[in-house]
Structure formats: structure tokens, C-alpha cells
Design a protein around this ligand. Structure first.
Ligand code: HEC
Ligand code: HEC
Length: 307
């Protein structure tokens, strides 16, 4: 008996087709009909008029040739970019802008990572913030008005109902404003899981007093922090690190608080020793080990104004 089906090509073709169709039904139709497999995301919001105009700029400029907007469920990606992308996050994306090549990093979770001011500076000249970056400068977008008429046509096509006021507010915005608003809108639909703390509360700097740590911290600072806090740490996009003010309150902070600020970054209204953050400090815990962060703390302590 064995082998007879191979001698009947038509029957064979029918059996193969049925086999593939059953596979397709299991892989596609079953998940489509199982609501638990594509939960609705509570935090998902439609784009505002300005964000949608920014999304148009993103497409016009072909940012997706260099950036992806999808975090794959792989450990290394989740560690670098955050929670992996869920299907529901793209419900308002027509077409989706996942991209396929990463000359630059994935930006699916970039919203809220930096301040608006950082984005303006970065788009004006990426090399001011990342030496040797090959991302083009987009400062000229600040000289182009958002085309409110075209934006309206697209909103109608996509069925997004915007009010007259929202549309009118577009008229004095530049394409750069729109792009920054779009950047800040990305990646909020999925709640971000906090990483486990790297040190215990109340820990003191084990490298305190070690001059090598100060030198190491200075190097790490110049590479990663100077762009926002200034080469002399006197402040620019981020605050002055040499004064006695820590998160807008005068007075000293513990080593552990400094460590957590650097490791976890800040989000609007986060509290550190009762001080309220405004947000915009990126988190470095995913890139640096404990030793590097403690050496940064040593370096910052070495610059603090003395009595
Ligand atoms: C030629 C490739 C290229 C193009 C085109 C490009 N970028 Fe980039 N982008 C990069 C590289 C490389 C980096 C990393 C270094 C840097 O930040 O400059 C980057 C970084 C970024 C970052 C910071 C990401 C992070 O998490 O630190 C943002 C935001 C960004 N790009 C947005 C854009 C937008 C919006 C456009 C289109 C207007 C664009 N890029 C076009 C290559 C590119
Ligand atoms: C993208 C810009 C940016 C970069 C890069 C950056 N910071 Fe910050 N940093 C900020 C901002 C903005 C704040 C204010 C945070 C807030 O109000 O929530 C801040 C706050 C801080 C604070 C609290 C200081 C104070 O006086 O209130 C410390 C300490 C700090 N950063 C250290 C660092 C270190 C160390 C690095 C490099 C590893 C670094 N920062 C890189 C933007 C940045």
C-alpha cells in the first residue's frame, strides 16, 4: 500500500491542498476568532491632529528606511528597547511603519524617553548629540508649515474626527513641531514594566574616595552625558550637576538616589526623596553595569560645589 498515493497526482494534489488549508485555518482563522489572543489595549489613543501630521512627515522623509517601529519578542531587544510590540498597538496605523532595516535604533518606544528640547536639538544636528551619527539633519523642517489642507484630507480618508479648533491649531505649526509631537506619541499603549532595582535603598557608593573611579566616571560622562548636561556639567537640556540643587530642591541627596536617577532615568512626576521630577532624563541601567554608574556618582560628587 505504501507509496500508492504518490502514483496518483490529482489525489495527491487534493490531499496536499487540504492539508495546507487546515494549517492556514489553525494559524490564521483560529487566532482571529479568539479575542484573548489580540486584547484591546486600554492605553491606546488615536493620534491627535498634530501627531498625525508628524506621522506624514515621517513617511515623506522616509525615516523608516533607517528606523524600525517594532520591538521583536527577543530577549536582547526587550532589554534594549523595552516591552515587545503588540498587534493592538498598530490599530491606528494605516499603513503601519514597522520598517525592516535598522541603520538607526528601533524607535517604537521612544515617546517620553527624551524631552521635546532634546528632539529639536537632535533633528537640527544629530552629531551634536551622537558623535559620528549618520542620521541626516532635519532642521529645515522648522521652515516648513504643516499643510493643514492636506492633513485634513488625510484625516478624512482615515476617518479620524477632529474638531475645527484642532484643525485651526495646526496652521501655525511647523513640520518639525509635528514630527516631535509624533515622536513623543510613540509606544505608550503598552504599560512599561519597571526593571528590578540594581541596588538596595540606602546603599552608599562603594567607590567613594577612589580617584580611578572619578577618572572612569569622567570618561563615561563625556561620552554619554555631556550632550545634555554640558561638557562642564553646568547644565543645558538637563540641569546643572555641580550646584546644590537636586531635582529643583536645594540640599544634598543620598548616593542611592543619585544612582537610581542615572540607572532608571526620570519620568514626569516620579519622586526621589520627596523631590518631583519633570521627566526627560533617559535610563542608563540597561547599558551600564553597577560599577560604571557608581563611578559616574563619584565623578558627579567630585564636581559638587564645596561649602
Ligand atoms: C541614514 C539613516 C537615518 C535616517 C534617514 C534617519 N535616522 Fe534617525 N537615527 C539614525 C541613527 C544612526 C541614529 C542613532 C544616532 C543618533 O541618534 O543620531 C538615529 C537616532 C534617532 C533617534 C533617537 C533614538 C534613540 O532612542 O536614541 C530618533 C528619535 C530618530 N533617529 C528619528 C528619526 C526620524 C524622525 C527620521 C526622519 C525624519 C530619522 N530619524 C531619519 C539614522 C537615521
Ligand atoms: C537626553 C538628555 C540627557 C542625557 C543624555 C542625560 N541626562 Fe541627566 N537629566 C536630563 C534631564 C532633562 C534631567 C532632569 C530630569 C527631571 O527633571 O525629571 C536630568 C537629570 C539628571 C540628574 C539629576 C540632577 C539634578 O541636578 O537635578 C542627574 C544626577 C543626571 N541627570 C545625571 C546624568 C548622567 C550621569 C548622565 C549620563 C550617563 C545623564 N544624566 C545623561 C537629561 C539628560
Amino acid at each position: 500500500m505504501a507509496g500508492t498515493i504518490y502514483k496518483k497526482p490529482i489525489l495527491f494534489a487534493v490531499v496536499v491542498t487540504v492539508g495546507i488549508l487546515i494549517g492556514t485555518a489553525v494559524m490564521m482563522v483560529f487566532p482571529m476568532l479568539t479575542p484573548q489572543m489580540h486584547p484591546k489595549l486600554q492605553n491606546l489613543n488615536p493620534y491627535t491632529a498634530l501627531q498625525l501630521a508628524g506621522r506624514d512627515v515621517y513617511q515623506e522623509e522616509g525615516c523608516f528606511y533607517c528606523h524600525t517601529q517594532t520591538v521583536r519578542p527577543l530577549k536582547a531587544e526587550v532589554m534594549r528597547y523595552g516591552e515587545y510590540s503588540k498587534a493592538g498597538e498598530f490599530a491606528y496605523d494605516q499603513p503601519f511603519l514597522w520598517g525592516s532595516k535598522r541603520t538607526g535604533p528601533d524607535i517604537a518606544r521612544v515617546g517620553g524617553k527624551y524631552t521635546d528640547k532634546w528632539h529639536y536639538k537632535h533633528f537640527n544636528d544629530p552629531r551634536k548629540l551622537f558623535q559620528g551619527s549618520n542620521m541626516p539633519s532635519y532642521g529645515w523642517l522648522a521652515d516648513r508649515q504643516v499643510d493643514a489642507k492636506a492633513a485634513e484630507a488625510r484625516m478624512n480618508a482615515l476617518g479620524f474626527p477632529y474638531t475645527k479648533e484642532e484643525m485651526a491649531a495646526l496652521s501655525d505649526k511647523t513640520k518639525l513641531d509635528a514630527l516631535v509631537a509624533y515622536m513623543q506619541s510613540l509606544g505608550h499603549a503598552v504599560p512599561r514594566k519597571p526593571r528590578p532595582p540594581m541596588i538596595a535603598k540606602g546603599d552608599m557608593n562603594p567607590l567613594a574616595g577612589d580617584m580611578n573611579a572619578v577618572a572612569e566616571g569622567k570618561k563615561v560622562y563625556e561620552m554619554n552625558c555631556a550632550a545634555c548636561h554640558g561638557v562642564d556639567a553646568k547644565g543645558d537640556i538637563g540641569p546643572d550637576l555641580t550646584d546644590k540643587e537636586w531635582l529643583y530642591v536645594v540640599g544634598p541627596v543620598g548616593d542611592d538616589t543619585l544612582f537610581f536617577t542615572i540607572a532608571d532615568g526620570t519620568k514626569k512626576d516620579m519622586e526621589f526623596e520627596g523631590r518631583r521630577a519633570k521627566g526627560g532624563m533617559p535610563s542608563w541601567g540597561e547599558f551600564f553595569g553597577k560599577k560604571k554608574i557608581w563611578s559616574l556618582v563619584s565623578y558627579i560628587r567630585s564636581m559638587e560645589e564645596k561649602e
